[in-house]
Design a protein around this ligand. Structure first.
Ligand SMILES: Nc1ncnc2c1ncn2[C@@H]1O[C@H](COP(=O)(O)OP(=O)(O)O)[C@@H](O)[C@H]1O
Ligand SMILES: [Mg+2]
Length: 205
């Protein structure tokens, strides 16, 4: 995105991101969960946050519904609004990562191009995690009754029913949540995080 004012200069932090990560004993970055409604984004993000927090990690979840109450309360679900929603979240997630946190995001984020914008905002520390459950499986779960409402025509632009979902073509990790349990999916995610973000053993206090 272009900056509107010509009179803006970035300030340098006196604390480097590496110093924050060294203190936390883990790298920071963005774990971007994408998938249909009901694919398990919230379940797995909250489960992983809990697990990592209990191990002393600096971790935070940004979730679709929460963000739409505040940061994006002025946006709807038309393509232009979805794009702007994801752009904002991508920037916020990048700031959190800069602050030394591992950020877990749980947004349908149906457009490939929008996820690419979020990836760019995180400048390399971005891991796209595709929760690959098909519409039939998600509709069968329908944890919030949204598919039933969408089928009745009560929700316009519902991803998978009346709005498109563009599956990732370069995700760092894919989990078929329709074929595995929550526990197994969590274990796969946790192993991925340990492999990619852990910085050796914690010093004994
Ligand atoms: N392997 C799995 N991973 C995540 N969720 C699963 C899995 N298997 C079954 N589920 C169930 O699917 C539902 C996913 O809902 P939710 O996490 O709210 O999805 P989303 O946030 O993607 O809309 C939950 O009821 C969860 O218990
Ligand atoms: Mg959710």
């Amino acid at each position: 995105m272009t900056i509107k004012s010509k009179h803006i200069t970035a300030v340098e932090h006196r604390i480097a991101r590496q110093a924050r990560c060294a203190r936390n004993r883990h790298r920071s970055g963005v774990l971007w969960l994408t998938g249909l409604s009901g694919s398990g984004k919230t379940t797995l993000a909250l489960g992983l946050e809990h697990l990592l927090f209990n191990r002393g990690w600096q971790v935070y979840v940004l979730d679709g519904d929460n963000v739409r109450h505040g940061l994006s309360s002025d946006l709807g679900f038309a393509p232009k609004d979805r794009t702007e929603n994801i752009r904002r979240i991508g920037e916020v997630a990048a700031l959190f990562a800069d602050a030394g946190l591992l950020v877990l995001t749980a947004f349908i984020s149906p457009y490939r191009a929008d996820r690419a914008v979020a990836r760019k905002a995180a400048r390399g520390d971005f891991h796209e995690i595709y929760l690959q459950a098909n519409v039939a499986a998600c509709e069968e779960r329908d944890p919030k009754g949204l598919y039933a409402k969408a089928r009745r025509g009560e929700i316009p632009d519902f991803t998978g029913i009346s709005a498109p979902y563009e599956a990732p073509d370069r995700s760092e990790l894919t989990i078929d949540t329709a074929a595995t349990t929550v526990e197994h999916s969590l274990a796969v995610l946790h192993a991925y995080v340990e492999r990619n973000f852990a910085l050796g053993d914690r010093p004994v206090a």
